[in-house]
Design a protein around this ligand. Structure first.
Ligand code: SAM
Length: 265
């Protein structure tokens, strides 16, 4: 079996989302696309989003908190931009949204619909922009310390080979009192190394998953308050070959709200 070492995980994931997959249905399991019913304001925004953006959605849950109007929102691993455009609608013309992704093909889809969505939402100017970069190195993208009210992310942190670095960077760019409200995949126990090195299991958002308790510990070590669980659903996998490989491991898609201590101003 072809295996992945830590240094080539970014490249493998980029190739998976840049060229192996063309649309949500190409995924081999349901890990990245757990079906959800969305709250009415989010559904209203989704009804206005371009089909190409929706077709390339690879998220696993709910990432949009209440009360976004006027806020500055950062989406980590923004992909084709679905959640950025939902946030763009909900923050309104006075708010702003920045999407960060490392994969050129995903960024290209997101960027080509910026003007379309500004028009759909009735904005004189777009309030969303997309930048190429790594979540572990947000400083290299020029993102300033204490500069965002809300960070969101949908099924991406499991794909980061250096999760402590990713969490430290997200903590740094959030304002005091800001929230990291995100959905990701978690396992019920640490995933064995030979599964973490399997490119398909890793790309499918399964074997890079942290055990839930390990995530909670890393978030607190990065400086956040203890994560608050918002919702969860079990991932059923729905693929015999993949199920055989992961054996008795259980995976859940969980939305956590993780707050940086302080008072939001
Ligand atoms: C499972 S897809 C989710 C995309 C999007 N959030 C959505 O809901 O459709 C993962 C995305 O995260 C990006 N990604 C993964 N690891 C990353 C990293 N370390 N830094 C930046 N982007 C990353 C990939 O390029 C891909 O577009």
């Amino acid at each position: 079996m072809e295996t992945l070492n830590k240094t080539d995980k970014h490249e493998a994931v980029s190739a998976y989302y840049g060229s192996t997959l063309e649309k949500s249905e190409d995924l081999k399991t349901n890990a990245c696309c757990t079906v959800k019913r969305y709250p009415a304001p989010i559904q209203k925004a989704m009804d206005l989003i371009h089909d190409e953006v929706l077709e390339k959605y690879y998220g696993c849950g709910l990432t949009i908190p209440d009360g976004l109007e006027g806020k500055r929102v950062l989406d980590l691993g923004s992909g084709s931009g679905r959640d950025c455009y939902i946030a763009s609608y909900l923050v309104g013309p006075q708010g702003a949204v920045v999407g960060i992704d490392m994969t050129d093909e995903q960024l290209a889809v997101a960027r080509r619909h910026i003007d379309y969505h500004a028009k759909q939402f009735g904005y004189a100017q777009p309030n969303v922009e997309f930048h190429k970069g790594l979540i572990e190195k947000l400083d290299e993208v020029g993102l300033e310390t204490d500069s965002f009210d809300v960070a969101i992310s949908n099924c991406v942190i499991n794909l980061c080979p250096d999760k402590p670095a990713a969490l430290r960077e997200i903590f740094r760019v959030l304002k005091p009192g800001g929230q990291f409200y995100f959905s990701d995949v978690y396992s019920d126990q640490p995933v064995p190394a030979h599964l973490v090195d399997d490119p398909v299991l890793y790309g499918e958002c399964l074997s890079g998953a942290l055990a839930e308790q390990d995530f909670i510990r890393l978030a607190v070590e990065a400086g956040f308050r203890t994560p608050i669980e918002i919702e969860r659903s079990e991932i059923t996998i729905d693929n015999e070959e993949v199920q055989k490989k992961v054996g008795g491991l259980r995976f859940d898609s969980i939305t956590f709200n993780v707050i940086k201590p302080g008072e939001l101003t």
